[in-house]
Design a protein around this ligand. Structure first.
Ligand SMILES: Nc1ncnc2c1ncn2[C@@H]1O[C@H](COP(=O)(O)OP(=O)(O)OP(=O)(O)O)[C@@H](O)[C@H]1O
Ligand SMILES: [Mg+2]
Length: 248
């Protein structure tokens, strides 16, 4: 049985078709990357999988159960967690309170105190999250999602805006996750995608245009054309993050 299946998913915003008949599935424990230019529909796809947005058409299945009409809290209880491209922390609240609230939404067997001690963050529990560095905030968002004890985790650009050293910390946390956790990660940084994902799905104007191993994706003519234009010289370089045209 698949951990996640997205079947014939479409999303229209007014007259704009942002996702167009998207279908893919993840095996339990699979690590999958999603790449695609800015505006390709990646975050919209996550919003629909997590239940933050309703699809215009299509279905979502978690471990074989159709969850298309279930609210996001119900999907959390079924083992789905996510992080957000833009910070989703409760600004003005402490680290402890943010964790406490994240745990309320789930059936996590952990409590806030034990988790903070395990992370080595107990001393920082009373600090307001706004006062943490950007790198620490991204790390906390990831840890809050993991504290929910997910079976599937959706990560939306977890290293966006981070320094190379901060990126390394996040990549290690994700890379060291137990093998039974299924990971779907949106990432513009190709070094991060290639380090973490076994297979990669490419979205372009709301459609899946390629799916395969790193090697297949790197040599796919359609992907090379989308990112580099015909005659591009290769896919090995990591490009500046957030570049609208050239992503690697
Ligand atoms: N709530 C909304 N209402 C109208 N249009 C939207 C809404 N959310 C997203 N869009 C549009 O849908 C398209 C896809 O946006 P989305 O955020 O999913 O792209 P993305 O692939 O995550 O891009 P990025 O790499 O920049 O994060 C964009 O054209 C965006 O402007
Ligand atoms: Mg996005």
């Amino acid at each position: 049985m698949n951990a996640l299946e997205v079947r014939n998913l479409s999303k229209d915003f007014g007259g704009l078709r942002v996702l167009d008949n998207v279908s893919f599935s993840l095996r339990p424990g699979e690590r999958r990357g999603i790449i695609g230019p800015n505006g390709a529909g990646k975050t919209t796809l996550f919003n629909i999988i997590s239940g933050n947005l309703k699809p215009s058409a299509g279905d979502i299945f978690l471990y074989g159960a159709r969850v298309t009409r279930l609210p996001s809290w119900h999907r959390s209880r079924l083992g789905l967690a996510r992080t957000f491209q833009k910070s989703n922390l409760f600004s003005g609240l402490s680290l402890y309170d943010n964790l406490y609230l994240a745990l309320l939404a789930t059936d996590s067997p952990f409590n806030a105190k034990d988790i903070l001690k395990e992370w080595g963050m107990w001393e920082k529990r009373k600090i307001c999250v706004d006062r943490l560095s950007h790198g620490e905030q991204r790390q906390v968002e990831l840890l809050l999602a993991l504290a929910q004890h997910p079976r599937i985790i959706l990560l939306d650009e977890p290293t966006a805006g981070l320094s190379p050293a901060e990126t390394e910390v996040i990549v290690k946390i994700i890379g060291d996750l137990p093998r039974d956790i299924t990971i779907l990660i949106i990432e513009h940084d190709m070094e991060v995608v290639f380090a973490l994902a076994e297979r990669i799905t490419v979205l372009h104007f709301g459609q899946i245009v390629a799916e395969g191993s790193k090697e297949e994706i790197k040599s796919d003519p359609r992907v090379r054309q989308i990112y580099l234009g015909i005659g591009g010289e290769g896919l090995s370089r990591a490009a500046p993050k957030r570049s609208p045209h050239l992503l690697w």
